[in-house]
Ligand binder design. Structure first.
Ligand code: G4P
Length: 193
């Protein structure tokens, strides 16, 4: 997505060889106009897939997910990250290991919001190693829901996330794909949409 690539090129900052800081418009301060465009684009790509729910993981996935859900005309559900769960019997839960933060968190969605009738689009801001998306897919599958695909704002294509999801037969659509962050330079690969 050209508008996103242009913004990343202008305002993204490279931290080391692996991390792209986009806190001016995605991960901390949010540009609602760009975010709306990105949610619309993901909704467009999945428009004929009969999506019934958009699912994301708090915090930074919520903004693109809500715009995609609004355009698709379906509810958005965000999985919560929580360590103390007191209502296990009513929750779908899975574990997500973050290579970035080196912690495992338990993520959960209330059972009442997903069922075997649901056809889900998963949306997230970053795809790195794919662990967050994999955890969300597991939650959906626990409910018997079908996962139609994963929509991503920024994919770091030099990490393993896309392969992990494609090996699970889940289509991945990324609005920007970063081929490399070497030498402080942002190199793009061809985006999916
Ligand atoms: P994975 O889910 O693809 O395996 O990613 P990983 O564990 O490496 O990422 C953990 C967190 O770091 C996620 O946010 C993810 O969005 C974020 N992240 C990964 N790579 C980058 C990057 O290059 N730049 C930025 N800005 N963030 C990155 P999170 O912990 O869930 O944070 P939040 O959504 O609660 O804010």
């Amino acid at each position: 997505m050209q508008e996103l690539e242009e913004r990343i090129a202008a305002r993204g900052r490279v931290l080391g060889e692996n991390v792209l800081k986009v806190d001016e418009f995605v991960t901390h301060q949010v540009d609602p106009v760009l975010m709306n465009l990105m949610g619309d684009r993901l909704a467009e790509v999945f428009a004929d897939k009969k999506i019934t729910k958009v699912v994301t993981l708090e915090t930074s996935g919520i903004a693109p997910a809500i715009f995609a859900a609004q355009t698709l005309g379906v509810p958005m559900i965000f999985a919560r990250k929580s360590k103390s769960l007191t209502m296990n019997e009513e929750l779908l839960t899975s574990s997500v290991y973050s290579f970035t933060k080196q912690v495992t968190s338990t993520i959960s969605i209330s059972r009442k919001f997903l069922s075997a009738e649901d056809n889900v689009l998963i949306v997230d801001d970053f795809l790195a190693n794919g662990q967050a998306a994999k955890g969300l897919i597991e939650l959906c599958r626990q409910a018997g829901a079908h996962v139609e695909g994963v929509g991503i704002i920024i994919e770091k294509s030099f990490q393993d996330g896309r392969k992990l999801l494609e090996d699970m037969d889940i289509p991945v659509v990324s609005l920007a794909r970063i081929a490399s962050l070497k030498n402080g330079e942002i190199e793009f690969a061809k985006a999916d949409a």
